[in-house]
Design a protein around this ligand. Structure first.
Ligand code: SF4
Length: 452
């Protein structure tokens, strides 16, 4: 099913810059005048729905060194007191936000992302979890997850995370090839990845995910094929295979990337297509845009049953819930509002020192935004668009524009829905762009990347 021929002409035709739709409306549309009062309004709206479980995200921006290819909000430090001072501010933020949610709310999904969450030492890790436990009722039977960098990971850390109730982990790998690793400034021998992976398995994580990146310098089909085979050999429950976006104008650290071996668009597309074919042959289902899960994994089951969802943490089997986010640059998504904290570490900390919520932009979604968001999410996750989701004339017109791609073989028109074809799946972002009522406002912004 996944073996489709894609021509260089098709790649050229569909390879337009566009959003990845981790949110709709996308971040450039959000309002910079959105501030503390708006955030309080959003929190009050969540408080009126006390039975909804919450999803909580904590951003931990620290890393031991900066990888050249990195596109995350990351801060390099070697000093533990810098992390302690940051945790003081996260504690303050928790104290300002949590009481406004109407009591100690139940959290059914907790994620620590970064940066590098396992850069925190044992005392800092215990402190952060204690702070969260004090503010919330964290369900250890829910999803409690974190990201780990295997280069600084250890069995002792894994033991600590299991003791604290983490049950899911995501390991950053990207590519195991030495030349690729030198080009992207991230040296990570496979033995480190393998050792940490084994420790995660032995200590009983319910789910282990591995992140790969395609489109890196010197990543030929042979090189990436070796990486795929080695990771398939480990048998993680889930894999993410992200496209590398080389944007040195907006991410100055990427100027350090050795661009000599960067693959051309068609070769880059071929790497992703190879990943799809090799992983599906090895028993993984292709989930959403760029994720893969073992056929029996709940994410693969949810995708087959058309009940997959997506939020800022990625794909999830849980229906949309309020996501409350803490830490520098973090993004919350609750009760029809998006809220983003300051991306500058100094400014984030200064706001909290003045007892102010560090929110710098956000948006209250209109009904049209919410309906289009539901349609885009459903299309990206479940690869279909039921006509019943077109609530009014304007949306119906957008659906017709998507239906127009039937002539090009990207969708099939059924009496009650549009269904994305195996070819259309590679270009699902182009279909989503037809549903985006704000696109003309955002074209050309740095958040845009090409399909390949
Ligand atoms: S890629 Fe990960 S480890 Fe490297 S600098 Fe970025 S956040 Fe830190």
């Amino acid at each position: 099913m996944n073996r489709v021929r894609v021509t260089p002409e098709q790649i050229d035709h569909y390879n337009k810059p566009g959003p990845r739709y981790t949110s709709y409306p996308t971040v450039p549309v959000w309002d910079h005048t959105f501030g503390e009062a708006d955030y309080r309004e959003a929190l009050a709206a969540v408080a009126t729905q006390p039975d909804d479980g919450l999803s909580v995200y904590v951003h931990l921006p620290f890393c031991a060194e900066r990888c050249a290819y990195c596109g995350c909000n990351a801060t390099v430090t070697r000093h533990p007191h810098v992390v302690d001072a940051y945790l003081d501010r996260v504690e303050r933020e928790l104290a300002l936000v949590a009481p406004q949610l109407g009591g100690r709310r139940q959290v059914v999904q907790l994620h620590w992302g970064g940066g590098t969450p396992n850069f925190l030492n044992e005392a800092q890790t215990r402190r952060l979890m204690a702070m969260l436990d004090e503010a919330f009722l964290i369900d250890r039977n829910g999803e409690v997850s974190l990201e780990m960098d295997p280069r600084i990971g250890s069995r002792a850390q894994v033991e600590l995370y299991r003791e604290l109730g983490f049950n899911r982990v995501s390991l950053g790998v990207q590519d195991i090839d030495a030349q690729v690793q030198v080009a992207i400034g991230r040296i990570q021998p496979f033995s480190q990845t393998e050792g940490l992976y084994e420790a995660c398995r032995e200590l009983g994580f319910a789910s282990v995910n591995v992140d790969l990146v395609y489109g890196l310098p010197y990543q030929t089909a042979t090189v990436f094929g070796r990486t795929l085979d080695a990771i398939i050999g480990l048998r993680p429950d889930r894999l993410a295979c992200f496209s590398y976006a080389h944007l040195p104008q907006s991410r100055s650290n990427q100027k350090q990337v050795d661009t000599n071996g960067l693959p051309e668009p068609y070769a880059k597309f071929g790497l992703f297509q190879m990943a799809v074919e090799r992983l599906t042959d090895a028993g993984y289902d292709w989930v959403g845009m760029d994720h893969f899960a073992l056929e029996a994994d709940e994410m693969a089951v949810a995708a087959r049953e058309l009940r997959l969802h997506r939020n800022f943490m990625g794909y999830t089997t849980r229906p949309a819930m309020h996501m409350v986010a803490f830490g520098v640059s973090s993004i919350g998504d609750m009760a029809g509002y998006y809220v983003q904290n300051d991306v500058g570490l100094g400014r984030y900390q200064k706001s909290l020192d003045a007892d102010k919520l560090p929110v710098v932009r956000g948006m209250k979604l209109t009904e049209d935004d919410q309906r289009r968001r539901a349609a885009i999410t459903h299309l990206m996750c479940n690869l279909e668009l039921p006509f019943a989701m077109a609530a009014d004339e304007a949306m119906h017109e957008s659906f017709l524009r998507v239906a127009g791609y039937a002539d090009e073989g990207l969708v099939i028109v059924h009496p009650d829905r549009l269904v994305v074809t195996p070819l259309g799946r590679y270009f699902v972002r182009n279909l989503c762009m037809e549903l985006d009522a704000h696109l003309s406002q955002t074209a050309g912004r740095p958040i845009f990347s090409k399909t390949v």
